[in-house]
Ligand binder design. Structure first.
Ligand code: AMP
Ligand code: ZN
Ligand code: FE
Ligand code: FE
Length: 294
């Protein structure tokens, strides 16, 4: 029996809020018999070099990837995945650096607000967060991208909560003290940056976006090239309706686990689950922007 070739195009590492290093994620991809993967850290491509070396050793194709947070129309987050851009593109590197600096300023504000909340809830002697601990967890010095999951891990370390879920449910989730907005960007900015670097932009986990069917045409006009139709917890009927939506708008179909780690409730629970067919790669690559001079 010939085995179907599969891929995972949505994976997080320690370059953002994943639990495993890039080389460890690649090892898990090899154990899952994947033919190709994309490492898609939040606003950071600092994990790509290590992933690339590991992929070469294990015979897996690595597609350069990134996941960019933008403002959603009507509030909330819109996540855009970028693929096959040139990782050495200077303008993209500088722009992602600015996105990470915005995250740092926001992270410092989250620490102030969460510490206030901890004192209000637990008294003046309540254990407090230290920014230095969070910065270290996020490997900011090494090009890592800090986010609320790192604050959650620091909250666990000081004994304020038991796990990431509880941290989001009590302190970091929507409308809570740690839900701090920052110098946000529009989806069109993210799409343009990815395309300028020769890549293709894909809307991640579309159902997280309110009224995604209504806003999708405007994203397509802005240069969106794909839709993440196969995703960790999407039922077959939802996958089918998203595939049909992608077809209607001329978008490539993509998919991935959004794996962050085995005990993380964000995203999927294993690398390579759900299975995404290798055949999605051709139409996705066809939608890459032309690189100047190529
Ligand atoms: P940020 O990038 O700082 O806005 O944090 C958003 C990230 O937090 C998402 O990409 C998820 O990885 C994670 N996340 C969101 N909600 C939860 C939750 N309820 N439990 C654990 N992690 C979460
Ligand atoms: Zn994440
Ligand atoms: Fe996301
Ligand atoms: Fe993600």
């Amino acid at each position: 029996m010939t085995q179907l070739r599969t891929v995972d195009l949505h994976l997080h590492t320690t370059a953002s809020d994943g639990v495993f290093r890039p080389a460890e994620i690649v090892r898990l991809a090899a154990e899952a018999n994947l033919s190709a993967i994309a490492v898609t850290d939040h606003d950071s491509i600092s994990g790509l070099d290590e992933a690339s070396t590991a992929c070469r050793q294990l015979g897996i194709e690595l597609i350069p990837g990134v996941e960019i947070s933008a403002d959603a129309p009507g509030g909330g987050d819109c996540h855009l995945l970028g693929y096959w851009f040139d990782p050495n593109h200077t303008a993209l590197q500088l722009w992602l650096g600015a996105r990470r600096r915005a995250r740092i300023a926001r992270g410092e504000e989250i620490v102030r607000r969460v510490n206030d909340a901890l004192r209000q809830r637990n008294g003046a002697d309540a254990p407090q967060l230290a920014w230095e601990d969070i910065a270290k967890r996020a490997d900011i010095a090494g090009g890592g991208s800090v986010g609320r999951p790192h604050v959650a891990d620091s909250l666990i370390a000081i004994g304020a909560v038991g796990n990431r879920d509880e941290a989001f449910a009590t302190l970091l989730g929507t409308g809570m003290p740690g839900d701090v907005s920052y110098d946000r960007i529009q989806p069109a900015d993210a799409i343009a940056q990815i395309r300028n670097a020769g890549g293709v932009a894909v809307l991640a986990h579309p159902t997280y976006l309110r009224d995604y069917e209504t806003v999708l045409p405007s994203y397509v006009e802005q240069g969106l090239g794909g839709l993440e139709c196969i995703y960790s917890d999407y039922a077959p009927s939802l996958v089918a309706s998203l595939q049909s939506l992608a077809h209607t708008h001329g978008l490539a179909v993509t998919g991935g686990s959004d794996f962050h780690g085995p005990s993380s409730s964000a995203g999927g629970s294993a690398v390579g689950r759900p299975a995404v067919p290798f055949e999605v790669l051709g139409p996705l690559r066809d939608r890459c922007a032309q690189r100047p001079g190529s």
